[in-house]
Design a protein around this ligand. Sequence first.
Ligand code: PHB
Length: 185
Amino acid sequence: MFHSCLLREDPRWFDTHLPKSSKIPGRIRSWLAESASLTARLQAATGGIQVQVQKQGWGRPFLSEAKHLGLPWNRLAWVREIVLYGADRPLLLARTVAPQGTLAGAGSQLTRLGTRPLGEILFTSPYIRRERLEWTHLPAGIWKVSGLSPLPAWGRRALYRVADKPLLVGEFFMPWVFTLGRGDG
Ligand code: PHB
């Protein structure tokens, strides 16, 4: 079984407190550091978004994901991968990884999301809180999906707790997102 329908390999993540993080331009950083719903922000900026599910079901976490989630390296987890479109363009790709134990109780809504964006649960549930945040700059050519920008892409990965159980969400931005809302996007 392969790891991802979106990414050819596990991105190299770095801590948001590293000196190199402070060199990221403000208009990019404002998206990487956003603490409210990215979906709501993209919806407001484009007028309407759609979620295309690429994969949803049991899959193999990347090694760094297994570590963050406290899973043995070969343990399967529930994986959801989507492309979010708005204004007829892909805007954001997301990969969510949840250990089986996270899907019980409050987390069971995750498996029933379908084409509703994850943010609808994440930002409305009182049981969810964000912990660790990391960023990445992906090399061009890492994508398995066609029709995306060939430029390197910025991304972030956040560890959430759903009723105290871990959930890892990676989000990757197409470069034109950083021009939205400035009148030239
Ligand atoms: C999702 O529906 O899986 C999703 C949507 C938007 C995000 C992250 C995940 O920013």
